[in-house]
Design a protein around this ligand. Sequence first.
Ligand SMILES: [Zn+2]
Length: 114
Amino acid sequence: MSYSEICPSCGLDVCNGIGGEGTPRLNKLLQHLPSSHLFYNASVIHDICYHKFKGKSGKRLADLNFLANMLLACKSLPWYKEYWFRVQAYRNYFAVKYFGDKFYYGVDKCKGRK
Ligand SMILES: [Zn+2]
C-alpha cells in the first residue's frame, strides 16, 4: 500500500516515512498490524492532526479523534467481528496515547499556506 498524505494547508507530505527527528512515524508501525486496513483513514487523519495540532491538549484531541474514527469504522463490520476490532481500536489508541509523544513532538509542524 502506498502511503502518502499531503497537508491541505501547507502541502507538506506528512507521512514520508521519516519524522522531523529521523524517527519512523508511529502510524507506519501501526500499518503493519492486522487492523491497519480498516483503520487506514483514521490513521491518515491522525497523522494530519499530529502535524497541525500543537501542545498537550492538541495531542489529546488528536488521539481521541483517532479513537472515535476507529470506533466509527468498526460500525461497518458484522457484529461478530465488531467486538474484536473495537479491542484493536482501543489498543491503538492506548499505543498513541502512551507512546506517541516523541512522534507528536517530532513531526514537522504545520506552517500554514505559503
Ligand atoms: Zn501543514
